[in-house]
Design a protein around this ligand. Structure first.
Ligand SMILES: Nc1nc2c(c(=O)[nH]1)N[C@H]1C(S)=C(S)[C@@H](COP(=O)(O)O)O[C@H]1N2
Ligand SMILES: [Mo]
Length: 533
């Protein structure tokens, strides 16, 4: 008896053609669509699994799917979001994530079906989805490049797994007579990919659980007198668009050489102080917080910051003064440096004088009244007012050797950056933004200026080649923080350049000589272009 050659959908003469969904041999009709769609779904799930595992292992942030969900929430108009939340109750976020996963499954299947048509068709789906994931991940607060890795790893997995499965399917199509054996190849490849994906996701979860545990200890940690809110002690300059005087932890810039941030439980942390001291010390976390705690507003900045750049922030740091600690241990006269090492193996050499003079160099345990965020060095980091981070601000610090600059070098010093890193005076225009159109007449210009441990005496602004005009400064608690400033200038019609310069409390004016950050910090004046009409 002849079996109908009518396909479940459509009819085709050449059952081996790429567009034919039906194969016919030995009198059987087999719909080929499910394997193609299945290949797409399996490959997509494998991609999701590795991206999830990568997110767990590399960062403490959410996986790309959750990032997309959060972006959807952010982009949903308030009213619609509220209605959805009231309908779905507390399940709004899981419901959203499940919804996104279902849409993803459909798109994975679509990519699978498109792969049957040719090599490049599924690419549209691959890259559109990866693009969306990247967009969502990078739109998160204080996202860094590392945050895009899970999406990229997921994409590579998806494409590789999909190609392997499609190869198996194509071979099958070329040799319809070998169907059952080749099917086995497909089943084996699919099985291997599924197993690997489950294994990787589970592995990521285990590693991630360790991270979440440290995050939980961190959140529950209360340090008497330290973990509390406190209003900034500075008077803010009233001009929208200037960086807030106190930088929220989530917005604080991040610089380090490690991809997977160290996760250290406070009870597992210890700092060894040794070298040219009379008495060595191994300090535990409870030893540390039982000592007298200080707090201080300190602006931290990175030597790599370009003129006008954002690698600078100001926070209230709480911790133990290093000067007191080192005095207790008795430091040898020969020493002039402290070689600091972090849990992740990063190291820097810090001028001893900056750790023993009257400034508030400290082993910090809290930032803005919260235990240090993991990525900012939890549970303990060093903060030294007046020095760039690369020679001083060791996150996850576990070792301090009192030594000399003759023998000690830091990680960045070995790469050609200068050994001692005193911060340079700098100023930045935050409003208006370069390229803005403004109205002719009075224009308010504002921003921040800093010269930690020297202090800012004045800030001046210049429109084109005119006279320098003095700005009004916010009041600050000490010379260790940045200062907000603003000034109203008269701007005639046309295009203009506005420049800013700071004058330190030592009387020195910020130089206009342009230098790159390498080897000891950028110099030059920040300038913006505006157009008045
Ligand atoms: N363990 C460790 N600590 C580190 C670094 C690093 O790479 N690893 N980078 C330093 C540099 S170059 C800077 S500018 C500051 C940045 O601190 P933040 O990420 O908390 O802003 O940390 C410093 N401490
Ligand atoms: Mo830095």
């Amino acid at each position: 008896m002849r079996v109908s050659t009518r396909a479940p959908s459509g009819d085709c003469k050449d059952v081996t053609s790429a567009s034919c969904p039906v194969t016919r041999h030995n009198g059987h009709v087999t719909d080929r669509r499910p394997p193609w769609a299945l290949a797409g779904v399996l490959a997509g799930l494998a991609g999701l699994a590795t991206s999830y595992a990568a997110a767990m292992v590399l960062t403490i942030r959410e996986s790309p799917v959750v990032a997309v969900a959060e972006m959807v929430i952010r982009l949903t108009p308030g009213e619609a979001a509220e209605r959805a939340i009231s309908v779905l109750g507390h399940f709004d976020k899981p419901a959203l994530v499940i919804g996104i996963l279902l849409i993803l499954l459909a798109l994975f299947a679509l990519a699978g079906r498109l792969a049957e048509k040719g090599f490049w068709q599924p690419m549209v789906v691959w890259f559109a989805l990866a693009g969306l994931g990247l967009g969502a991940v990078l739109a998160q607060r204080s996202a860094g490049l590392a945050d895009s890795l899970p999406v990229l790893i997921g994409l590579v997995t998806w494409v590789t797994a999909h190609s392997a499965l499609n190869d198996a399917l194509r071979r099958e199509r070329r040799r319809p007579d070998l169907e059952s054996r080749e099917r086995r190849v497909f089943v084996m490849v699919a099985g291997a990919i599924s197993l690997a994906a489950v294994g990787i996701a589970a592995g990521g979860r285990v590693v991630g659980a360790g991270r979440r545990h440290v995050e939980a200890s961190r959140r529950l940690l209360r340090i008497p007198g330290v973990t509390r809110r406190q209003a900034p002690v500075a008077t803010s300059v009233d001009l929208a668009g200037i960086a807030p005087w106190q930088t929220p932890n989530e917005d604080f810039y991040l610089i380090d050489t490690t991809l997977a941030k160290p996760t250290i439980e406070p009870q597992d942390w210890a700092l060894r102080i040794h070298g040219l001291v009379d008495r060595e010390l191994v300090l535990t976390y409870s030893d540390l917080v039982e000592r007298e705690l200080t707090e201080s507003w300190i602006t931290l900045n990175c030597v790599s910051n370009e003129v006008g750049g954002g690698l600078v922030g100001n926070a209230r740091w709480s911790g133990v003064r290093l000067a007191d600690l080192l005095a207790d241990l008795g430091v040898s006269d020969q020493a002039d440096a402290v070689l600091q090492t972090s849990h992740d193996g990063w190291f820097c050499a810090t001028p001893l004088a900056a750790l023993t003079d009257d400034r508030d160099a400290m082993l910090a345990v809290a930032m803005n009244g919260r235990p240090l965020p993991i990525e900012h060095g939890f549970p303990v980091r060093t903060i030294v007012p007046g020095l760039y981070g690369y020679v001083s601000a060791t996150k996850w610090v576990v070792d301090m050797e009192v030594t000399t600059f003759e023998t000690a070098v830091g990680y960045w010093t070995t790469k050609g950056w200068s050994a001692e890193g005193p911060v340079k005076i700098a100023s930045r225009i935050d409003v208006p933004r370069s390229g803005d159109d403004v109205e002719v007449g009075d224009v308010q210009i504002g921003g921040v200026a800093w010269h930690q441990h020297t202090g800012i005496e004045a800030v001046e602004v210049q429109v084109d080649g005119r006279e320098w005009e003095r700005a009004e400064l916010g009041e600050v608690p000490s010379v260790d923080t940045w200062v907000q400033w603003k000034v109203t200038v008269d701007v005639p019609e046309g295009d203009h350049t506005v420049r800013v310069r700071a004058i330190g409390k030592d009387g020195a004016t910020q130089t206009d000589v342009v230098r790159a950050p390498d080897p000891d910090g950028s110099t030059g004046l920040h300038a913006i272009e505006i157009s008045a009409s």
